[in-house]
Design a protein around this ligand. Structure first.
Ligand code: NDP
Length: 290
């Protein structure tokens, strides 16, 4: 039969995770601090645990997905002894250091620990585009990769439990950067009453072309070779003045784009004006830049 699974935390994401296990035919035990969030899942066949400790005891595989690591501690601290011999998969968003501490704690309780990052919104869970990052116990990943693949494609990053959080936050950054640029652009054209929907039809092919350039940028970064035949920092510096001034003249805040301008200007001031944009990564590899 299928492995019984426990899901602790039934917010938007935890509910989607529990639902996916249920749909895949797993006996799914659920617990949430506010018990009513389990109702819909219980109506679909999930088992309601009366306490977090009971939830832990119900399955060899325990998935926890709550607000933050503090909540994880509040929930699992009292149930710690029950984790012995089980596998804890923590899909709560956090920092690498938090994940490493959590792994140590779980191991002290006799549990195998996997930390995870969910690269999906709840509606994508169990769908073709969802993927999840894991790091920590290789044994835990090997043992339960089939079960975890129910949620989305699992990618194991290595034994250091902090890696999933590191990659997760890094990937989040790429999305925030993209969305930040999109928002600035929509605000800018919106000053002339251009509707976001119409403008977005231009954004998509443009960004697709930009995304297609990432592998060659990655090559340049790995080779630490920032020479360019695409566009120099000098020319980007000039373009940025236009972007900033046009935004100001149109009455749009420059908060989202000004930091990138500052970085470009710094690189030019440092003598890298002939280099391509990838040079900026070298500047970023310092704790305090400007
Ligand atoms: P929700 O706000 O919907 O749910 C938060 C959950 O945390 C609830 O179950 C809540 O319980 C619980 N919780 C908060 N504080 C405590 C506490 N002190 N003790 C016990 N339980 C607590 O958030 P999401 O489900 O959206 O997010 C959960 C995790 O999933 C986060 O780490 C998030 O970053 C991650 N994630 C979310 C994504 C998304 O698109 N939603 C995407 C990728 C990752 P209660 O119901 O009792 O308040």
């Amino acid at each position: 039969g299928r492995t019984p699974v426990t899901v602790i935390g039934l917010g938007m994401m935890g509910s989607a995770l529990a639902d996916a296990f249920l749909n895949a035919g797993h006996r799914t035990t659920v617990w949430n601090r506010s018990a009513d969030k389990a109702d819909a899942l219980v109506a679909k066949g999930a088992v309601r645990a009366a306490s977090a400790a009971e939830a832990v005891s119900a399955s060899p595989l325990i998935v926890v997905c709550v607000l933050d690591y503090e909540a994880v501690h509040e929930i699992l601290g009292p149930a710690g002894g029950r984790l012995a011999g089980r596998t804890l998969v923590n899909l709560t968003n956090g920092k690498p250091e938090q994940a490493r501490k959590e792994a140590k704690w779980a191991n002290e309780q006799g549990a195998n620990y996997l930390d995870g990052g969910i690269m999906a919104v709840p509606q994508m869970i169990a769908g073709p585009e969802a993927f999840l990052l894991y790091s920590g116990s290789p044994e835990a990943f090997e043992t339960y990769r089939r079960e975890l693949d129910v949620l989305g494609a699992g990618k194991y990053l290595g034994e250091d439990a902090g890696l999933a959080a590191l990659y997760d936050l890094a990937l989040l950054t790429t999305a925030y950067g993209l969305i930040g640029g999109f928002f600035h652009a929509v605000a800018l054209v919106g000053t002339e009453k251009v509707e976001a929907a119409a403008f977005t039809a231009l954004v998509i092919p443009w960004l697709q072309a930009m995304i297609a350039s990432l592998p060659s940028q990655a090559q340049a970064l790995d080779a630490n070779n920032h020479t360019t035949d695409v566009s120099s920092l000098n020319i980007n510096k000039v373009g940025f003045v236009n972007l900033i001034e046009a935004s100001q003249e149109q009455g749009v805040s420059t908060e989202l784009v000004a930091p990138i301008q500052a970085l470009v200007n710094q690189a030019v001031a440092d003598g890298y004006g002939a280099d391509g944009l990838t040079r900026l990564v070298e500047l970023l590899k310092k704790p305090q830049l400007l």
